[in-house]
Design a protein. Structure first.
Lengths: 170, 170
DNA sequence: GGCGCTTCGCTAACATGTTAGCCATATAAC
DNA sequence: GTTATATGGCTAACATGTTAGCGAAGCGCC
């Protein structure tokens, strides 16, 4: 039962299996327990992801944040400038390379993280108990196989010539 | 190596484990191989999800689509009206209950699905081979445990009184 | 019939996702 | 040195995600 939607997980299912969609569902199944905490502090999911990442590395460049937080560059531009306006981060151009930028936390953001972080950990423990530590362990292992595995490039199937579906009025 | 970003999977990692983020990554790891197919036909991810769902059930109401496709109601409103403009779906109010709506595919959309669907299946097989059928099987099993499991309600931790972080200039 | 309550889809306002492409800077080739 | 190329962050345009709340329609109760 999800907090946000109030929907008991899936009354109607799809017959076919769909891994990306399962990942989406599973993500939401977890996230809906963290979201209230994050929004309570006036942050968005992405803003929290970014703060947490900077907290790990002291400072990061936008490219690195994109990679670590799974945020595309054009999105990040907006998120960072909003966070700058909120007084959570600072952006400084690098001396050596005028293209690059360094993103750091402000003291205010550090205090926020110091207060928010432990609550996330606490909620995580609650969830781990509810799911069962074995399942959580199993999840980490199988997800690592998906993400960290060394695979050759996956071939892309050939696509048929493009048809103008939108114009087709038949 | 992801098609979209061109980034070899994760050069910098986070020390802490983060399941929601792992799900996000894993989802992208798969989806980036399907996205080119979907966009080739002028559809978005969500539009394709919806067409595929309607294809299963013949007809659906918006609520049901929201649940099946993991799309929130306000998003769906927009997606559906765009799809209506594109001539892919029709929306009809129910006679018995004037609040409710029935969404159906147009013949054009059916042709599109008939052409697109097999390509997705084909690409899926390629991916399954690359990942290894055992891993895929393992994924389905563990994801089912996460999603379909009967769990009691997960308690929400107590939150501290709200502080006005944004106004705090210290 | 009137009243409170719920459900359903919707709008509004804002944040983010997604694609394409621009511009300045840096780097490599010549 | 000058040119070509690559890189990093950015803008623009559109689609979707997210929260709050509205208005009409159904439902139960009196």
């Amino acid at each position: 039962m999800c907090i946000r939607t109030g929907i008991a997980t899936m009354s109607r299912k799809l017959a076919y299996r769909n891994l990306p969609q399962l990942f989406l569902r599973a993500r939401e199944e977890l996230l809906c327990h963290f979201r209230p905490i994050i929004t309570h502090f006036g942050l968005t999911e992405q803003q929290w992801r970014i703060l947490r990442a900077i907290g790990e590395y002291e400072q990061l460049e936008p490219r690195e944040i994109c990679e670590i937080c799974q945020i595309l560059s054009p999105s990040l531009t907006g998120v960072l400038s909003r966070m700058e306006d909120m007084g959570l981060v600072t952006r400084t151009r690098m001396e050596e390379d005028q293209r690059r930028v360094i993103v750091r936390m402000t003291p205010k953001a550090e205090k926020l993280v110091a207060e928010l972080g432990p609550l996330i950990v606490e909620q995580y423990k609650v969830i781990e108990q509810a799911f069962g530590p074995e399942l959580i362990q199993e999840l980490y292992e199988v997800m690592d196989k998906v993400i960290a595995a060394e695979r050759g490039p996956i071939p892309q199937i050939k696509l048929p010539p493009r048809k103008n579906w939108l114009a087709d009025e038949s």
